[in-house]
Design a protein around this ligand. Structure first.
Ligand SMILES: Nc1ncnc2c1ncn2[C@@H]1O[C@H](COP(=O)(O)O)[C@@H](OP(=O)(O)O)[C@H]1O
Ligand SMILES: [Mg+2]
Length: 294
């Protein structure tokens, strides 16, 4: 009778569960769902493309994760604006009065998803490395949450770990080393650490822990593998929005290196420096930063 039977039959328009199914309604759980899905896609890209051509692998990963995130955001949150690393930088870097540029929609939006489809792109392209992440954050104009970040998720697919604000991780315990007077461990970029950070570490008797990805470094502070993350010299809102949302939900300190607030969904998405650390270390670190800032 032309009727489909059996488990493989699907009603027109119904989504295949292997494609992700219906996502959670709550924004923070939705952020986790999105980051996890992009993470699975990135693991698949690594498998399919291989490591022989690092540039091709980075490009394929960036594109696949960006396409998935923007498609799902358009499908499930069509009224919201998006700021993504993979967007046209000339458009997002709009400044009032600048000739020939168009004010981006996100500057008038009340909800903006700030996403970094692949943070730690370099590490993603190196076989065996797991220090790369997917960042999904939600900025809201009502500013009722710290830094106006209402939700955030950081997926670390190669570590099978996701931190998100739907289940804020516990505040990191005081590490044994610190309790017994051992050195403070400061996570820093393995390829572009701030020029002053070595002198700062020497000054306060700290140890530098190099690793890739801003998300992975902030996750290291959240889970107690590092005591602080310091970055300066260049970064964008998408590099820190999601991990800062999770760090704040956990109760950690997060600010610019001069102690001022981190601001998101600005006309210019450059956000070149930050410090994330346990609250008890913030006064000491900010004082040391004052001494070492150029
Ligand atoms: N000086 C700089 N200027 C611009 N972006 C920088 C930067 N230093 C680090 N970043 C960005 O911050 C993220 C984390 O860097 P790192 O791994 O070196 O700590 C990376 O994001 P992407 O991988 O998304 O490009 C990297 O591009
Ligand atoms: Mg990034």
């Amino acid at each position: 009778m032309g009727e489909q039977t059996g488990t493989s039959a699907r009603i027109a328009g119904q989504r295949d569960p292997s494609e992700g199914g219906t996502p959670p309604v709550i924004d923070a759980a939705f952020a986790r769902w999105l980051a996890d899905r992009a993470g699975q896609v990135l693991l698949q890209v690594r498998e399919d493309v291989g490591y022989a051509d690092g540039k091709a692998l980075k490009a394929a990963g960036d594109k696949a994760a960006h396409d998935l995130l923007t498609a799902e955001l358009a499908r499930w949150r069509p009224a919201d604006a998006v700021l993504s690393e993979e967007d046209d930088h000339s458009r997002v870097a709009w400044q009032e009065g600048e000739h020939g540029t168009v004010r981006p929609d996100r500057l008038d939006a009340s909800r903006v998803w700030i996403i970094d489809p692949l943070d730690g792109t370099r590490e993603f392209s190196e076989e065996g490395r797991s220090d790369w992440a997917v960042h999904v954050a939600l900025w809201t104009a009502d500013c009722s949450s710290p830094n106006c970040l209402a939700a955030g998720a950081v997926a670390m697919p190669a570590r099978h770990r996701t931190f998100a604000t739907d289940k804020a991780p516990a505040y990191p315990p005081l590490p044994l080393a610190a309790a017994t007077g051992g050195p403070m461990r400061i996570a820093a970029s393995r390829t572009r650490p701030p020029a002053f950070v070595t002198a700062l570490a020497e000054d306060i008797g700290a140890e530098l822990v190099p690793m890739g990805s801003a998300g992975v470094k902030i996750a290291a502070v959240i889970n107690g593998e590092a005591d602080a993350y310091i970055h300066a010299g260049g970064q964008y809102e998408w590099d820190s929005a999601a991990p800062v949302a999770v760090a704040s939900a956990t109760g950690l300190h997060a600010s610019r290196i001069d102690g001022s607030a981190l601001k998101y969904n600005q006309a210019d998405p450059k956000l070149p420096d930050l410090v994330v650390c346990r609250k008890d270390l913030a006064p000491r670190l900010l004082a040391a930063l004052q001494r070492h800032l150029p």
